[in-house]
Write a new protein. Structure first.
Length: 88
């Protein structure tokens, strides 16, 4: 969680904001899925919640990977000589 806050501070604001908003939404959906799982008592509902949690985790991991890749590309692009893909 701390890394995400760091990435949010260091990332270009206008380009990354929609991605951060989607990541926050995904985190909220994951929390709701866990809450539904905690409240469920029927075996069919528990199974459905497990699938929902797995789907929400996969989406969250995908978005987090995209944020890290995008921030990494932005940071890499600011290094002199990085256009050629080598460190100067």
């Amino acid at each position: 969680m701390r890394k995400l806050h760091y990435l949010r501070r260091t990332a270009p604001r206008s380009e990354m904001q929609p991605l951060f908003d989607e990541l926050d939404s995904s985190r909220s959906a994951l929390a709701c899925a866990y809450a539904r799982f905690d409240e469920s008592t029927e075996p069919e509902l528990i199974e459905a919640c497990v699938y929902e949690i797995n789907a929400a985790q996969a989406r969250y991991n995908y978005l987090l990977r995209r944020v890290k890749e995008t921030v990494g590309e932005a940071a890499f692009g600011t290094i002199p000589g990085s256009e050629a893909g080598v460190w100067a």
